[in-house]
Write a protein that binds this ligand. Structure first.
Ligand SMILES: CC(C)(COP(=O)(O)OP(=O)(O)OC[C@H]1O[C@@H](n2cnc3c(N)ncnc32)[C@H](O)[C@@H]1OP(=O)(O)O)[C@@H](O)C(=O)NCCC(=O)NCCS
Length: 157
């Protein structure tokens, strides 16, 4: 299917995008720390399993990968009591600022709620605060951990 419609899909339905998800997540967050791509590919592979979590979502137009977000059990070692998290939010640069990031975050959040959570979490650098607040996320804590991240919550309606 190569139509012009942008689709948000569970990675289980479009597993051929697994390498794109791993590549983007690795480049953005793990390559600078010296982590091997293969390790991230294995973590992404866990989102192809049977349970609701971990899960990865992909924004694509036909064969074109546009972005991704995940739902994972734990994203911050300083806050092990919080779960689940929307994480690894990425949109390829040519497709930014047209609502795809907001849409895919919302999609991941709804999947987490559908799996039974009534509160979900997300951490981000302060530069992204207005982006997530505009999407309805509440700032729960700031300056957490070495990277001084914001922690947000979103509650099921
Ligand atoms: C953060 C990121 C995922 C946002 O993706 P995106 O697809 O550009 O997100 P959206 O288009 O939904 O929103 C981005 C901005 O564009 C604006 N926007 C959305 N649609 C728009 C449109 N049609 N015209 C103009 N602006 C628009 C939004 O209001 C938003 O503004 P804000 O940043 O001031 O809140 C993307 O920039 C990215 O991948 N960055 C690198 C990785 C990263 O930082 N990830 C987040 C980790 S916490």
């Amino acid at each position: 299917m190569t139509g012009s419609k942008i689709t948000i899909a569970d990675l289980r339905a479009v597993p051929h995008f697994s390498a794109d998800v791993a590549d983007r997540v690795w480049r953005a967050w793990w390559k600078p720390k010296g982590v091997q791509l293969q390790h991230i590919a294995e973590l992404v592979g866990e989102s192809l399993g049977g349970g609701p979590m971990p899960a990865a979502f992909v924004a694509h137009r036909g064969p074109t990968f546009m972005g991704t977000a995940s739902v994972i059990a734990s994203d911050m070692e300083e806050r092990p009591q919080f779960t689940p998290w929307v994480a690894a939010v990425w949109v390829d640069p040519p497709f930014r600022r047209r609502g795809i990031g907001g849409t895919i975050v919302g999609h991941a959040a709804r999947a987490a709620f559908a799996a039974g959570s009534d509160t979900i979490y997300l951490c981000a650098v302060p530069a992204k605060r207005s982006f997530y607040q505009r999407l309805g996320w509440s700032l729960h804590e700031q300056d957490v951990g070495d990277h001084r991240l914001d922690v947000f919550t979103l509650k099921a309606i």
